[in-house]
Design a protein around this ligand. Structure first.
Ligand SMILES: C[S@@+](CC[C@H](N)C(=O)[O-])C[C@H]1O[C@@H](n2cnc3c(N)ncnc32)[C@H](O)[C@@H]1O
Length: 281
């Protein structure tokens, strides 16, 4: 079940001022919800812990602007990445802003392919990642299974596939989360609906500026909120030999460490949480 997509709308601010009209929604998105360098480091660390070697090749599924792929190839000499996405204009933006400015060596080691992730495009890689919950666009279990099978097929023998997942009781109710971003704007995550029968959720990312202008529905999501056990079961059915549900490591005071995750069998519930799932080919 899907609802009609909402496209971005720029609303002017006070006295005709309009910072929103001058802003680039891809920049705002990256500043708000991505941390490509630290994601690349975390993925590399998780891979090395499992395989006792460095991952060199990575595939970024649902790559969008390929910010993670760019960070990956820049994180170590000789690393390569392939980004897969359906949206050519977004990939073109990534090429112009996140790849070419880093020079010909980075551009040579990073390939962007316009394709459906279900089709298993690109070469076999050490590590494949589909982050920011992008697989939630797949509402049907058979499509998720087809995606996971394709992802597994395009891994080398000791390859690893990594996803992220979010949940908690706040993710199962309409809510608005607002966060100031240091670059002078506010990120607004609007979860507009949740259906308990289907786990169909509709969410939007909006951006607000100090002059009162805003971008409504800068990014709009019509998702199925998959749960960790569902994801684990479908990954195992797709043929992955081991699936690790990770959880953020805490310090002695019980505070999150930010970057370190470990496999867990059970954890305490929280109002909202996100973590990684690591699947061994
Ligand atoms: C939430 S964005 C993810 C952007 C970025 N990878 C990140 O981590 O924030 C989802 C992306 O998935 C792409 N997409 C949606 N369905 C797809 C599919 N079946 N195959 C490939 N890309 C798809 C969209 O074009 C969009 O760029």
């Amino acid at each position: 079940m899907t609802s009609k997509a909402s496209s971005p709308r720029v609303l002017p601010g006070r006295r005709g001022s309009n910072r929103a009209a001058k802003a680039d929604r891809h920049e705002l998105y990256e500043l708000s919800v991505q941390a490509p360098e630290s994601d690349a480091a975390t993925l590399a660390r998780l891979f090395k812990r499992l395989r006792k070697r460095d991952a060199m090749s990575m595939r970024e599924d649902f790559c969008g602007t390929a910010a993670l792929s760019s960070a990956w190839v820049r994180s170590k000499e000789g690393r390569t990445a392939v980004g897969i996405d359906l949206d050519q204009p977004t990939m073109d933006w990534g090429l112009a802003h996140r790849i070419e400015p880093h020079g010909p060596d980075v551009a040579r080691r990073l390939e962007l392919i316009r394709a459906n992730v279900l089709d298993g495009a690109g070469p076999k890689v050490d590590l494949a990642a589909g982050l920011n919950f992008s697989y939630c666009i797949l509402h049907e279990r058979r499509d998720l299974l087809a995606y996971f099978k394709a992802a597994r097929r395009k891994l080398v023998d000791d390859g690893v596939f990594m996803l992220d997942v979010f949940g908690g009781w706040e993710s199962m109710q309409p809510q608005t989360n607002v966060r100031k971003v240091p670059d002078g704007f506010t990120y607004r995550w609007e979860q507009r609906s949740f259906d308990p029968l289907t786990h169909h959720i509709v969410c939007s990312i909006c951006f607000d500026f100090r002059d009162g202008s805003s971008i409504e529905d800068a990014f709009h999501y019509d998702w199925r909120l998959w749960t960790s056990p569902e994801l684990r079961d479908v990954l195992l059915e797709a043929g992955f030999s081991e699936v690790h549900l990770m959880w953020e490591r805490t310090n002695a005071k019980g505070e999150g460490t930010g970057a370190f995750y470990e496999p867990k069998k059970d954890v305490e519930n929280q109002d909202s949480w996100w973590t990684y799932i690591v699947a061994e080919r």
